[in-house]
Design a protein around this ligand. Structure first.
Ligand code: SF4
Length: 440
């Protein structure tokens, strides 16, 4: 398969969650240059790797489409399905013409071993601490995976069956990777995991997720660390205190809610109530300055009545949070929820999603309006191209545009916010960082 006079060409596509994108980046970085060459997915490759997602039927379909495209592009190439889909739909995938390998083992080591074998090279397998993410070239805020797996068994979710029990990356490894990312010039890193609040370490010292965040804060390798989604029970008092006292942990929490109605939460096997969620929000808000709070919500869960949806809507409205990620429920085979009676019509789920998305837009706008006149710290992600202003992100998760030439990617500047732009984005002018009053 490999031409001995040129490197083995590999193309990657990663769908779905940050974990997939992180795994793809990890594999890319562990392919030695000279032996392998990464090429765009749209071009001819010797092997195509599709990090599939199976969170919804749409994700399944998109994953299959990438596989079809790869085979069409080069019928002689190896096409590998990695990620979550193979762990629940291996048989289905094997029927796809041109798909040469279905990775039921989700570890990046197994995938690397496969690629090495395809390339016909006998390389000593690297140890799992190998890390070189200096090639996260398309992102200014790389993800750092600190945890994998989940054992919550929410009734709608396939992940505990696909990703297995929670596993944590050791503290020492995380700190070493953060230091490397800082040395590579990154200013912000987003911590990710399937259920990252479950991160823990028993040796050499016992640490919880809050202990990890404290250690990262004390190491202070980067000006910004962002915590991605966490579960309400994992938002402990200790974690709230660490975030509140930190200079580098961003005042931005994304806390999965899923429903604002206790009877739906019980059917989802979520292990908290709306009262608990509200209490965690208020505890956080009371100490974390300029807190920006987002939530995931699923609508159209089996048996969700109009009254239950109304409770959810009213509950979320009363929280006065900043944004929502709304997902119409999609049944996943082999989960308890898929077997429940009273599946909600997809059109009803879509209508409910539209109502919550409209609420989310209004909430974002309200938060953006409140930022006008403030000076905020902005990390430039896309410099101006001459036609559009430069675009960046504030510590508290506002998208901020700056009409100023000469700004470069990964530069941190102060911006005085003048007006709204593109609905709930902000537009401002450069200011001195010392003038900041966003709590940074
Ligand atoms: S917490 Fe629930 S929804 Fe999230 S990964 Fe675990 S089982 Fe799935």
């Amino acid at each position: 398969m490999r031409n001995a006079f040129r490197p083995f060409r590999v193309a990657f596509a990663a769908l779905g969650c940050k974990t997939n994108r992180y795994d793809a980046a990890t594999v890319r970085d562990r392919l030695p240059a000279g032996v392998f060459e990464e090429v765009p997915f749209e071009s001819e490759a010797d092997a195509y790797v599709v990090f599939t997602c199976t969170v919804t039927h749409l994700a399944d379909r998109q994953s299959r489409q990438f596989i079809y495209q790869a085979h069409k592009r080069n019928p002689d190439a190896a096409v590998i399905a990695a990620g979550c889909y193979p762990t629940v739909g291996a048989e289905e995938l094997r029927k796809i013409e041109g798909l040469t390998r279905v990775m039921e083992d989700v570890s990046t080591d197994a995938l690397l071993a496969e690629l090495y074998e395809m390339a016909g090279v006998d390389l000593q397998f690297e140890d799992e601490n190998h890390f070189n993410l200096a090639r996260f070239e398309d992102r200014s805020r790389p993800f750092l995976k600190i945890q994998d797996g989940c054992d919550n068994y929410c009734s709608y979710c396939i992940i505990p069956y696909t990703r297995g029990k929670p596993r944590s990356v050791p503290l020492k490894t995380i700190l070493c990777r953060l230091e490397k990312l800082a040395e590579s010039g990154y200013k912000e890193v987003v911590l990710t995991g399937i259920s990252q609040g479950k991160w823990n370490q028993s040796e050499p010292e016992k640490l919880s997720f809050a202990g990890l965040i404290k250690a990262i804060d004390e190491a202070a390798f980067l000006p910004r660390i962002r915590i991605s989604s966490i579960e309400p029970p994992d938002l402990t008092d200790e974690l709230i205190e660490v975030v509140a006292a930190s200079k580098c942990i961003c005042p931005h929490l994304h806390v999965a809610l899923q429903s604002g109605c206790n009877s739906v939460l019980a059917r989802m096997n979520r292990r908290y109530t709306t009262e608990f969620y509200r209490e965690r929000l208020e505890a956080s808000r009371s100490v974390i300055k300029d807190l920006y709070w987002g939530a995931d919500v699923i609508v159209g869960f089996p048996q969700e009545s109009d009254e239950e949806f109304e409770s959810t809507f009213n509950f979320i409205q009363s929280l006065d949070i900043q944004y929502l990620h709304v997902f119409p429920y999609s049944a996943r085979k082999n989960t308890p929820a898929a077997e429940m009676e009273g599946q909600v019509h997809p059109q009803t789920a879509r209508e409910r999603a539209a109502k919550l998305r409209a609420l989310s837009r209004r909430s974002r706008e309200k938060a953006a309006l409140a930022a006008i006149g403030k000076t905020v710290e902005v990390l430039i992600e896309t410099p101006s191209d001459g036609r559009n202003p430069a675009r960046g992100l504030s510590r508290d998760y506002h998208t901020v545009w700056v009409d100023s030439p000469g700004l470069s990617k990964n530069q941190i500047i102060g911006v005085t916010v003048e007006k709204l732009y593109n609905s709930w984005h902000l537009m401002g002018v450069p200011a001195k960082l010392e003038d900041m009053n966003d709590g940074s």
